[in-house]
Design a protein around this ligand. Structure first.
Ligand SMILES: [Fe+2]
Ligand SMILES: [Fe+2]
Length: 152
């Protein structure tokens, strides 16, 4: 089987807040995948943590180009829909399988290592941009005679 580095473990994105939330979610997913209890309570806890985390990321999305933002938000909606479907099945007496838990973890790690890393990187670049200095604003602050001389 080929070795997929990004599917093995969480790579820090560089955002302290996002990485802490990723760690908390990964703890829940790891417990599910380590033979721990896997039912309504665990899925409900996961749903809660994930929804809060996606809200954290949504607040950062403005730095992304529209198509990247749409794709990222769609990915979040898809993941919540997967959890909701598992929750729905669990309430009807069909708890998630080990495969379900494995897929939940795989999705989360791959998404965190790709889309979320891109998001944090884009936010960092946006923060690095020098402030826009308008020459007109600067000229407006001068005496009229100087303004005329510089604008001519
Ligand atoms: Fe994330
Ligand atoms: Fe994300």
């Amino acid at each position: 089987m080929p070795h997929h580095r990004t599917a093995d473990s969480l790579i820090p994105t560089g955002s302290g807040v996002i990485d802490a939330e990723h760690g908390a979610i990964l703890d829940l997913l790891s417990a599910m995948n380590a033979g721990g209890p896997l039912g309504l309570a665990e899925l409900t806890a996961l749903r809660h943590e994930v929804a809060e985390h996606f809200a954290t990321e949504a607040a950062e999305m403005a730095v992304l180009a529209a198509d990247r933002r749409d794709r990222h938000e769609q990915a979040h909606r898809n993941y919540l829909a997967i959890i909701d479907a598992l929750l729905d099945a669990a309430t009807r007496g069909h708890p998630p399988t080990g495969d379900d838990a494995n897929r939940l973890m795989l999705w989360f790690i791959v998404h965190s290592n790709t889309a979320d890393t891109e998001l944090v990187e884009a936010a960092r670049r946006a923060g690095d941009e020098p402030p826009m200095i308008s020459m007109d604003d600067w000229l407006d602050s001068l005496d009229e005679a100087d303004q005329d001389a510089l604008r001519s």
